[in-house]
Write a protein that binds this ligand. Sequence first.
Ligand SMILES: Nc1ncnc2c1ncn2[C@@H]1O[C@H](COP(=O)(O)OP(=O)(O)OP(=O)(O)O)[C@@H](O)[C@H]1O
Ligand SMILES: [Mg+2]
Length: 426
Amino acid sequence: MAEPDQTTEESGGGDAGGPDVVAAGAGTAHGSDEIMIELQEVTKRYPGSNEDAIESLTLQVPKGEILVLVGPSGCGKSTALRLINRMIEPTSGHIIFDGEDVTTVDADHLRRRIGYVIQQIGLFPHRTIADNIATVPRLSGWDKQRTDARVDELLETVGMDPSMYRDRYPNELSGGQAQRIGVARALGADPLVMLMDEPFGAIDPITRDRLQNEFLRLQQELRKTIVFVTHDIDEAIKMGDRIAILGERSRIAQFDTPERILAAPANDFVEDFIGSGATLQGLSLERVRDVQLNTDYPVVRHDVGVTEAQRVLETSSEDWLLVLDDDDRPARWVTLDHLDRTDKRLIENGRKVTALAEPEDTLRDALEEMLLSNAGATVAIDGRGKYHGVIELETLMNVLQRMRREAKAHYARHAEPDTDDTSVDA
Ligand SMILES: Nc1ncnc2c1ncn2[C@@H]1O[C@H](COP(=O)(O)OP(=O)(O)OP(=O)(O)O)[C@@H](O)[C@H]1O
Ligand SMILES: [Mg+2]
């Protein structure tokens, strides 16, 4: 079904406010628990339908955070965004925006404080890229100079050369570029809040991954409050500070951090939804710098001599000895067999160390390295390449156990997770 092209454009009628209705840059409230958006028992039934599209949805979005709504097709995710943006009215319930019940606020005024990236991008085809991006600044009464400057700034922000793209039309862009313009347009007047409906939906996995990374980097600076819709759990885990997993009619199956959802799925529905990749996803949320490395691993400098190397390896329970070079960088993996069989110098013996992980790498990266490594272990190094410790399968299992333990302890302290086992029937 085609989405109605309901962007801020269509709301341009009564321009009630001057430039000062455009909220100043956000970002100061990050880390606080101040709530930016709150839905209180919101129900939506579309006219002529005999079923609720959304049934009694209650949730909060703290300032400066990304909340991801994830759930199967038709569960009401786009409807929820349209309700927050007041393109449509709830059948019952309340929507609180920055402390105000928005049913009492002029909808135009509200929409200018919200950037909206609609599903399927929704650029205006008959307008240039610059005009598309300028939509909200113009509605807000910005003069030409300020608007032009803002357009160029936003094009640069999303990594597109203004001189090259400013005057093109949407059909002269690739899908990924069009999605970036959608994001730039939503950022137009520096909104407090961004509603993003599958903004990276229609692009190949590699470009998508890059756009996600760019967007997360941007968010580090901008600290917008974002409601981000996807039906892809991997994207939800990557993008969300918190995730709401929705079932039919947007009933919340679980609402929590990605870490805790992966470590302690609230019910079978969530477990099915996150799927068998949950463990790997969990590992992608932890960084090497945060784990307890194995520092008892048999390790020698290459100049200690073969006899000493043999002694160290024999007194350990490991099969492989790690040999470091002059600068304490991991160089070779050797076994007793290597040491017995040849009289090569240590620095040339055995196999080259290939599997390395830096502090910023995720444990998932470390695992992938491990699977390809000669010795079944990944060597952790510091920023300058010096040996730090070893990551083995056991290291990763300990991390997963700790995550599960922490999630369980959290739920024990805070009663049960938001769960509704009986009504979720996707
Ligand atoms: N304008 C409308 N009039 C009547 N019913 C609608 C309208 N828009 C959506 N619906 C219905 O409301 C339900 C929720 O639709 P919605 O578009 O919010 O789902 P969604 O979660 O965004 O799905 P998708 O992942 O496919 O985008 C669906 O059953 C849909 O058919
Ligand atoms: Mg949708």
